[in-house]
Design a protein. Sequence first.
Length: 463
Amino acid sequence: MSERNKSRERSQPATLTNADAEKIVIGKILQSEATYWQINGTIQGFHFSVEIFQTIFDAYRLIVMDGKKPTLSLLQSRVGPEYGDGSSTMTLMTALIRNTAEIEDISNEVTKVIEMWQRRRTIEICEQFVKEAKKADTDTCFMLSDLENCVKDVSVNSQAEPLKTMGDIVTRVINSSMKTRETGVSPGFDTGLASLDQILGRIFPGDLGFIGARPGDGKTVLGLQLLDRIQEDYGPVCFFSLEMRDEDLGRRSLAGRSGVSVAGIEEGTYDAFELEELRAAQKFFMNSRMLVDDRPGIRLDQFRDRCVVLKRSRGLKAAAIDHIRLMKALGKFGNRFDRVEYITGTLKEIAKDVGIAIVALSQVTRSSQRRDDPRPQLNDFDGGSSIEQDADWAISLFRRDRWLRQQKPHDMESPDGKEWAEKLARCKGMIEVSIPKRRRGEDGGICELKFDGKASLLREKER
């Protein structure tokens, strides 16, 4: 053999198959239909590398799905009397049964078969996309999106873990409940605002929550405040600011921690005592576990990738998006509502798959301002119907004093003018918080908080 042929031979990968494991799996399901139902939904025909095993498995599945008994004679009639180079199908099946008679647990073999399929499929995907990447007319954004979907399909079709039983799930729930009862520490995250916790409950990993309000009514303030609470007591968080620059967020955070106004920080109009407060706040944030991604128009796939990396590298607990209308998604959509529906559905998948809480900020429609009760409802949120479907919880914010100023009567001495002034005095500096959606409890709760515009914070109302 020439050196060139030897080199070529060495470069060929080893056959990515485990025929012994495949023989055991097929032998056990031929031996017992109960074994098939135990692994059904975990392993599929395409996972097998040996063609005859794939054919037998698929034929077996069709027979039992028709409600028939999978006898060897019926299987032979479906598969054929011979396979490959003329070998007997019946002889093969009886040998497989005989050789696996002493084996009880095949879970390891099932895992091995699936792992080999993962390797083969990964190589196929890589080879396919290497060819696509070399084409001059390939759209790289769409190519990367397709690649992500292919990789996700490998994960979806590799469910080597069996289905969970309700008994096991309930046992975990009881154990968690008893731990909470003994320690007094509840799972999930609190908001740091007792009044809001009372009507919202706790936030959990896997949650998709929304904060809806019109511009200037405190969406970003509350979003930052929630993440600041989580990073301080629970772990790392990331704020995705699609609208504001990083320094704008920095000024708001400094204002909230130091008490110096955002305008004062921006203009440098603070005294020596306030400078000390700013220095103390700066020192605090040097140890902060809040991360910021301020790329404008970030795509949904980029958001997912960032969250996955941060979860694996830093143990990410939560992420916030300000706001969903500015998030981009690959693909063509019939209208804006279809695009938002796709985004909210995918965000819910990301929250559950990655195991983090996602807080999405949403603008509200102008139509709510023309109602007798102008507080934003869930269908006023940008993409309201999809949010109603995908959200685990939603928070609506409303600053009535801002709305009243737009309704100011011309004659302030009239009864209407005096009534307007009384209403404005009662709600000045307050923010109304309502819960239009709460999956784990009763929705419709309402509370009032104090809006501290100078510090860019929501605070408990003074009793």
